[in-house]
Design a protein around this ligand. Structure first.
Ligand code: NAD
Length: 247
């Protein structure tokens, strides 16, 4: 296979697991890193893990909240690998706080990285995919965006926005043989959730039917399915990966 997948925010956590899983499936991998330092350290290690599966892998530095940087990255990936077949919009941040105390900066930062980035990347990548007459886009939303979550007004709004973007892009791009889907993880063990207080973790665990937190690989396996030929007729869907959580 000579198909290429670009994963945003792939230097750690869920993004890194997706990169390695798609490499295992035979995709060449473009590892997006937020800055050069991450590209030289964690990102380089992820690319190395990908190459162990016999595929090509390279890091690309871009702040995906910036429209122009996304354009440069998409151009570079398409030029280096000859195609861009799968785009996974995974980069994300949290700036939690209760609504009355949440600052404008907290709100704007999360919307820029979690939502605007998905527009930026789909805008630029869809041009390449339309010319190729094929493509797969998988956006990482969250159960917070589907059900809401106290302390995460900014995050839930951004992730609900990702669902709206996903369903709209699926309708617009379907005729061009491009599928667009979202995954909505529940509580997955990464640095993002490690930062939460134990009390919050205990409450979350009590709400999960499968009685365990998810692993990054649980999300990566679902993304690999949506990127595979087996998912060719699935578009506009939101797949919850949450161990059956009650929020
Ligand atoms: P993480 O903090 O471990 O990783 C986030 C990644 O995004 C990092 O590599 C970071 O460098 C990158 N990033 C941040 N800002 C960026 C920017 N402006 N440009 C490019 N890259 C940037 O978090 P994670 O848990 O692996 O989260 C990955 C995705 O999954 C996020 O979108 C997150 O919202 C979503 N998610 C996570 C969970 C969970 O429980 N961990 C649940 C639901 C959804």
């Amino acid at each position: 296979m000579s198909k290429t997948a670009l994963i945003t925010g792939a230097s750690q956590g869920i993004g890194a697991a997706i990169a390695v899983r798609l490499a295992r499936a035979g995709f060449h991998i473009a590892v997006n890193c937020y800055n050069q330092q991450l590209a030289d350290t964690d990102g380089a290690a992820v690319a190395e893990q990908c190459r162990a599966f016999g595929v090509e892998a390279k890091c690309y530095v871009a702040d995906v909240s910036k429209f122009d940087q996304c354009q440069e990255m998409v151009k570079a990936v398409a030029a280096d690998f000859g195609s861009l077949d799968v785009l996974v919009n995974n980069a994300g941040i949290t700036r939690d706080g209760l609504l009355p105390r949440m600052s404008e900066e907290q709100f704007d930062a999360v919307i820029a990285v979690n939502l605007k980035s998905v527009f930026n990347m789909m805008h630029h990548a869809s041009g390449v995919m339309i010319r190729q007459k094929s493509g797969r886009i998988i956006n990482v939303s969250s159960v917070s965006g589907l059900y809401g979550n106290a302390g995460q007004a900014n995050y839930a709004a951004s992730k609900a926005g990702v669902v709206g973007l996903t369903k709209t892009a699926a309708k617009e791009l379907g005729g061009r043989n491009i599928t667009v889907n979202a995954v909505a993880p529940g509580f997955i063990r990464t640095q993002m959730t490690d930062a939460l207080p134990d009390k919050v973790k205990d409450v979350m665990l009590g709400q999960i039917s499968l009685k365990r937190f998810g692993e990054p690989e649980d999300v990566a396996n679902a993304v690999a399915f949506l990127a595979s030929d087996d998912a060719a007729y699935i578009s506009g869907q939101v797949l919850e990966i949450d161990g059956c959580i009650a929020m």
